[in-house]
Design a protein around this ligand. Structure first.
Ligand SMILES: [Zn+2]
Length: 179
């Protein structure tokens, strides 16, 4: 294969990879060892269907960090007044971020309180806001989900062994979301 042919083959390979959903790595979003997973497939671990991770165990206002390992674009949907105990803002999502992947996949982070660090931005592990209770929340926590065409999936946290009571400290992997 000559150099010109190799270059074209590489371009085709890159184009193919760009269209395929891939597994990202998510660390805990709170740099406090008290942060724990309080809901997974069921609310509070035994209630109705939830199919996402709720992370609590820390005070309202605890700094929230971008959980994905590597550089990703976090789009902010804000506008909700700060609260630790819930409101009806943004259809129950409260202040939230979305990372959009391919093939209908996305990764969302809900119920945050926005602060001076909050904005749509591309970053790796940056501070994004605070653990809060905006939207449908009765106490301070963050809700992380990985959806395809709007349907929540469990495989991203199940594959990492994350369950109720798992640590959500920023030094620990909590899941492998598809994006
Ligand atoms: Zn939740």
């Amino acid at each position: 294969m000559n150099v010109k042919t190799m270059g074209r083959a590489a371009a085709v390979l890159v184009a193919g990879l760009a269209g395929a959903a891939t597994a990202a790595t998510a660390n805990g979003p709170v740099c406090n060892t008290a942060a724990t997973v309080s809901s997974t497939t069921y609310y509070a671990c035994s209630g109705s269907s939830h199919t996402a991770l709720d992370i609590g165990g820390v005070a309202c206002g605890e700094p929230f960090y971008a959980p994905l390992v590597g550089s990703y674009y976090y789009k902010l949907y804000g506008g909700c007044a700060a609260t630790c105990t819930g409101n009806t803002c943004n259809g129950g999502a409260g202040n939230y971020y979305v990372v959009t992947g391919t093939s209908g996949w996305d990764f969302r982070m809900l119920h945050l309180i926005t602060d001076a660090y909050s904005a749509s931005k591309t970053c790796n592990g940056c501070r994004l806001g605070q653990v809060g209770g905006t939207g449908s929340a009765t106490s301070a926590h963050v809700h992380l989900d990985n959806r395809q065409y709007g349907t929540r999936k469990s495989s991203w946290y199940v594959s990492a062994g994350t369950t109720c009571g798992s640590s959500a400290y920023c030094g620990n992997v909590i899941g492998y979301p598809t994006l």
